[in-house]
Design a protein around this ligand. Structure first.
Ligand SMILES: CC(C)(COP(=O)(O)OP(=O)(O)OC[C@H]1O[C@@H](n2cnc3c(N)ncnc32)[C@H](O)[C@@H]1OP(=O)(O)O)[C@@H](O)C(=O)NCCC(=O)NCCS
Length: 241
């Protein structure tokens, strides 16, 4: 847009360094504790380690997600495409206070969960994916990020929404989550309903969820060999879902 200046100016052109623009495009990060890493024993005895993704792993994750989003069943396409966008948004610093958790079994990437902080009180759940089916891996990944929000970050509310029947069944119904009036409240994922969990509801009820689902709790005192076995992650060779 152009308008004539209302005054004589000594320089008609001003050149900007993009480093001056970046602080306006990037949200300054809140200072929050990191996810410490936890493991859980799945029903079949396998130990899944849940750790934060490293930024350097983003390109590999994006490559794999391109393949996952080609699956046209169980909403892996829409969720895969959105997860791809969220990984690149995290990688290119275009998400406010994102967190990205990986579920790994001996380094194999089997679960994904991410979200972002709207502010110190409200945690926006973005996506959860089981990259291998049948082990309730998705159920655990979602629980882990809610645990992170309520128990580690001290959030007061959890805001989620559901694109798939499996997601709604696992957590909308599975955690008996109420929803805010719609369309007054809309989740940033496509304007769908906001389902929510309050800290009080988490404490009284939802905290039991993972024990009921897989018969075990998250363990934060993780043996060194498990941490080591999952230091380097690799996606499955092909799409397993
Ligand atoms: C939603 C989601 C994360 C849940 O993952 P999950 O908790 O590991 O559970 P699954 O969806 O794999 O399985 C659900 C049930 O169907 C069964 N199932 C479905 N497909 C299966 C398959 N291909 N092989 C084996 N079991 C399968 C599971 O055993 C499970 O049964 P259970 O309830 O007795 O445990 C997962 O379905 C997913 O990633 N979906 C695509 C992305 C998505 O929709 N994300 C949520 C957005 S709202």
């Amino acid at each position: 847009m152009y308008l004539e200046p209302p005054e004589k100016v000594s320089q008609e052109q001003i050149t900007l360094d993009v480093r001056e623009i970046e602080p306006l495009l990037q949200a300054p990060p809140m200072d929050v504790p990191a996810w410490p890493g936890a493991m859980i024993t799945l029903k079949d005895g396998r130990k899944m380690y849940i750790r934060e993704a490293k930024l350097s792993e983003a390109p590999m994750m994006m490559e794999y997600m391109k393949k996952v989003m080609e699956s046209d069943h169980d909403f892996y396409d829409v969720v895969g495409a959105r997860v791809y966008a969220e990984i690149v948004g995290w990688y290119r610093k275009r998400l406010k206070d994102p967190y990205v958790l990986l579920g790994l079994i001996d380094g194999l990437w089997v679960g994904f969960a991410n979200g972002r902080l709207q502010n110190a009180d409200i945690n926006i759940s973005l996506h959860t994916m089981a990259l291998a089916r049948g082990g309730r891996i998705g159920a655990v990944m979602y629980y882990a990020k809610a645990y992170y929000g309520f128990e580690i970050l001290g959030n007061k509310e959890w805001w989620a929404t559901y694109e798939s029947y499996n997601g709604w069944h696992r957590w909308g119904l599975g955690m008996a989550q109420p929803s805010y009036p719609w369309p007054e409240y809309q989740h940033e994922l496509g304007g769908a309903r906001v389902y929510y969990v309050t800290k009080k509801y988490w404490d009284t009820t939802v905290k039991q969820y993972v024990r009921q689902m897989v018969g075990a709790d998250l363990v934060f005192d993780v043996p060194d060999e498990i941490i080591k076995a999952n230091e380097v992650m690799h996606p499955p060779e092909e799409v397993l879902v």
